[in-house]
Design a protein around this ligand. Structure first.
Ligand code: SF4
Ligand code: SF4
Length: 410
């Protein structure tokens, strides 16, 4: 019988070759079905029998989100409660759990779908596919695979920075007021929604840059399919949340995309550049811890340099540190009025499906951001250009009159 990895590689190769992905001999039928049709499968798959007694199931103990229960043949996971933190997978000593892979149906869409398919690439991408693989070469590679185009999600981070900065300027007007970041990290939002509900009034109801990107593409090209590519597993859960579903059709990880480049033998470093640098330094810096807070603070200063209450940021990364910061807020030890939380240590460059180490990822992102043509979204003409395509003359006009990027969090 093929191992899961062997089965995955074999089915991926068949998808690339345009063959029936299920016509593999010696494959476990249940796993084949999961790999061929991940859309209707849970985020965490149990791939081996459970051998631990129910009262010693480390996986269930590791889940902070109440997603586990026990059934006659072992643990079972409620997908509607799973946020994709991977704690259960890390805790299972038997390697019985793994996360879904969505790449095979994406390859099939690239073969078969007649409409446009856009890749939306997360800001942590710099250097993930090798030191010489620039954003322009990655765009060339994705187009050669059949994508219509590649959009940098950092551009939508720019728009959401403006939204958060305007919200801060409007709502934080006394020493008693404070704001928590709303966008970007689904684990942070899940933490507040599920564990610290009382802080929801301090979170502006905004979608994440990923969802904003998907909504924008679909507003401009209703027949388009959208594929987000990043280092994150939680995004696979986020795209299915009932109020967000439909904006993004597939979430791939950098590791899944690397597998596709391996199977297709694409030598990324030798490809020609297809450059369209659209994001500002601030939007690109969403990729690492502190980047969102820094982007919003700089934009608040540009928007209203003379405001009476200055923005004072504080950040936490990794679930334990986020919880500690929230507990400080609840205890009245705020020491700030704008709080950024990221589910992973280091932020998205430390995401569970990044390819390179978080320190290297951060250095690459910072180098890329330094070369951006614009420092903040206030200076970025592409933000205005995109909003004009949506029918709005100014950012203020868009934020006041459109609810495209709004989200009801409770
Ligand atoms: S991935 Fe996280 S939220 Fe989902 S079941 Fe595992 S521990 Fe729970
Ligand atoms: S910090 Fe981690 S969980 Fe949060 S968006 Fe980034 S990769 Fe995903």
């Amino acid at each position: 019988m093929l191992t899961l990895e062997e089965l995955y590689k074999s089915m991926l190769q068949r998808a690339v070759d345009g063959k029936d992905v299920k016509a593999v001999t010696n494959g476990d039928l249940k796993l084949m079905d999961c790999l061929a049709h991940p859309q209707d499968k849970p985020l965490v798959w149990r791939v081996k029998p459970c051998l631990c007694p129910p009262d010693q199931a480390d996986c269930a103990d590791a889940c902070d989100w109440g997603a586990f229960h026990h059934e006659a043949d072992g643990v079972a996971i409620d997908d509607s409660k799973c946020v994709g933190c991977q704690a259960c997978i890390d805790a299972c000593k038997m390697d019985a759990l793994t996360t879904k892979k969505d790449i095979i149906p994406v390859v099939q869409e690239l073969h078969d779908y007649n409409g446009p398919i856009y890749a939306l690439v997360a800001p942590a991408v710099a250097g993930q596919f090798g030191p010489d693989v620039t954003s322009g070469r990655l765009r060339t590679a994705l187009k050669s695979l059949g994508f219509t185009g590649m959009l940098e999600v950092a551009v939508f981070a720019d728009i959401l920075t403006l939204k958060e900065a305007l919200e801060f300027d409007k709502k934080v007007t006394s020493e008693a007021d404070f704001q928590l970041t709303s966008c970007c990290c689904p684990m942070w939002i899940a933490m507040i929604k599920k564990l610290y509900h009382q802080l929801l009034p301090n979170v502006p109801g905004s979608v994440s840059p990923m969802i904003a990107g998907g909504l924008t593409v679909k507003a401009l090209h209703p027949e388009a399919k959208t594929v987000f590519i990043g280092p994150c597993l939680a995004k696979k859960a986020e795209m299915k949340e009932p109020d967000l579903a439909g904006a993004i059709d597939y979430v791939l990880t950098y590791q899944e995309l690397r597998d596709l480049f391996t199977v297709t033998n694409i030598d990324l470093a030798s490809l020609p550049e297809d450059n369209q640098p659209h994001a500002s330094e601030a939007g690109i810096s969403y990729a690492y811890a502190g980047g969102v807070a820094g982007a919003v603070a700089e934009t608040v200063h540009q928007l209203n340099p003379d405001r009476a209450i200055d923005i004072k940021t504080r950040k936490a990364d990794g679930v334990p540190d986020c919880k500690a910061m929230i507990n400080d807020i609840l205890a009245g030890n705020r020491d700030g009025n704008f709080f950024e939380g990221m589910g992973c240590k280091g932020g998205c460059v430390g995401g569970p499906r990044a390819i390179i180490k978080k320190e290297e990822g951060k250095a690459n992102v910072q180098a890329y951001a330094k070369n951006a043509l614009y420092r903040t979204p206030m200076e970025n003409p592409y933000v205005i250009e995109m909003l004009k395509k949506l029918g709005f003359e100014t950012v203020e006009d868009f934020l006041e009159k459109s609810d495209l990027y709004d989200r009801q969090l409770d």
